[in-house]
Write a protein that binds this ligand. Structure first.
Ligand code: TXA
Ligand code: MG
Length: 322
């Protein structure tokens, strides 16, 4: 199958209605989308990504009213939806019967998201389809933030990539679940932080899902991994100690290390902007991965805002190689 890249909503709609998969842009990462109402398309997503079928998919739609077609929106979830959608925010909600068990992997909850990307919102609106879409990478590898990344994993496997440019947020959406009016569980960290949620619900207790109880693939210990072994350390001395003569790439926040050659250093944001660092993270990991280094060494990022999500992804990216 030949994979074309373009920005036609009509072409994307054509393939989705034919039960094929289309890679779609979002503000977080590119998604591998299929028609949520077509079980054959859903199965194709799992096969194409080599993703285990016990890993549920996020359903994407274009408006809060539309969420009611698929899930029960309690008043607290609705408040969060109104505050953060469209945006890098996914809600786990009790599913309605028309949502296939293949999407939720048998769970009675469905993950729903309204992406903040004009071209994808246009596709969702004009096609009148709900789309299920995991990140458009092979299972376990770094998520794609550009059409070039999508092509690396998906070329020849899908007919069309809808080109919406580079992803502006660069990390997958925050996944949250309202347990009760005052209790919110964050299943996956992302662009919307616990503090953002507390600003909307000042009385709520916002908690990170414990890794002792892993359910979501993004929460698997080994994920988002480069082929080159990646190590995350907490300070410069540890980073230099890890070198031991290896030809290493250093992926750093905003400052170079004077003791290391410039050609081995990759700064994610020379201006110290944590959001810019997040937007560049996956692209930089893929660039370094293709450049022939023996290892990747990174120093823990500031844990503020989206920085917590950066550290979360890097923690998992290194686990394979420990
Ligand atoms: O930003 C994003 O969310 C991107 C873009 C493409 O929208 N999508 C994404 O999908 O990251 P994926 O499949 O790579 O990660 C979705 C996560 C998985 O870890 C999955 O296990 C979890 O959401 N998830 C989906 N439905 C769930 C459910 N019913 N219960 C628990 N976890 C769920
Ligand atoms: Mg993923």
């Amino acid at each position: 199958m030949q994979t074309l890249v373009g920005n036609s909503i009509d072409t994307a709609t054509h393939w989705l209605n034919a039960g094929e998969l289309v890679a779609v842009p979002t503000e977080t990462v590119y998604g591998l989308a299929g028609n949520a109402a077509n079980e054959k398309a859903i199965i194709k997503i799992f096969e194409t990504k080599k993703r285990p079928s016990f890993n549920p998919l996020i359903l994407h739609t274009h408006a809060i009213e539309k969420i009611n077609d698929f899930a029960e929106l309690d008043p607290t979830s609705l408040r969060l939806a109104e505050a953060f959608m469209p945006g890098p925010f996914t809600l786990l909600l009790p599913k309605k019967n028309n949502v296939s068990d293949l999407i939720t992997a048998g769970s009675n909850k469905v993950a729903v998201r309204i992406p903040n990307h004009d071209l994808l919102l246009g596709l969702l609106r004009e096609s009148n389809l709900a789309l299920v879409a995991p990140s458009a990478n092979m299972f376990g590898y770094v998520s794609p933030t550009s059409t070039a990344h999508v092509l690396k994993g998906m070329s020849g496997k899908i007919p069309y990539i809808l080109d919406g440019g580079d992803c502006s947020v660069g990390l997958e959406s925050t996944i949250a679940e309202v347990i009760s009016e005052n209790e919110i569980l964050i299943h996956r960290t992302g662009g919307i932080t616990a503090n953002d949620i507390k600003a909307i619900l000042p009385n709520a207790h916002v908690e990170r899902y414990s890794s002792a109880n892993i359910k979501t693939s993004g929460q698997l210990k080994s994920h988002y991994a480069t082929n080159t072994p990646l190590y995350m350390v907490t300070n410069v001395a540890e980073a230099v100690a890890l070198l031991k003569g290896a030809y290493a790439a250093f992926m750093l926040f905003d400052r170079e290390l004077p003791e290391v050659d410039k050609s081995q250093q990759f700064l994610l944001s020379p201006n110290g902007d944590i959001n810019e660092a997040a937007a560049r993270l996956f692209a930089t990991m893929q660039k370094i991965d293709a450049a022939g280094f023996e290892r990747i060494i990174t120093i823990k990022f500031p844990n503020e805002g989206i920085g917590a999500a950066i550290n979360d992804r890097l923690e998992r990216a290194q686990h394979l190689h420990k």
